[in-house]
Unconditional design. Sequence first.
Length: 65
Amino acid sequence: MNQTFTVTGMTCGHCEKAVTRAIRQLDPQAEVKIDLPSGKVEVQSQQPRDALTRAIAEEGYGVAA
């Protein structure tokens, strides 16, 4: 299932890696594409949206509804 999130607070490659790592800890098979300038995070995963949102938020980033 393809899901797109708008994530705030990502400013660099380290942020991108942190978000990717958080998602892959929840779902190691997840495909993650991040567009840093727009803050869009596209995730191909079977995990529920709220679980992915929580994983991103736990890294310290905001996730728009």
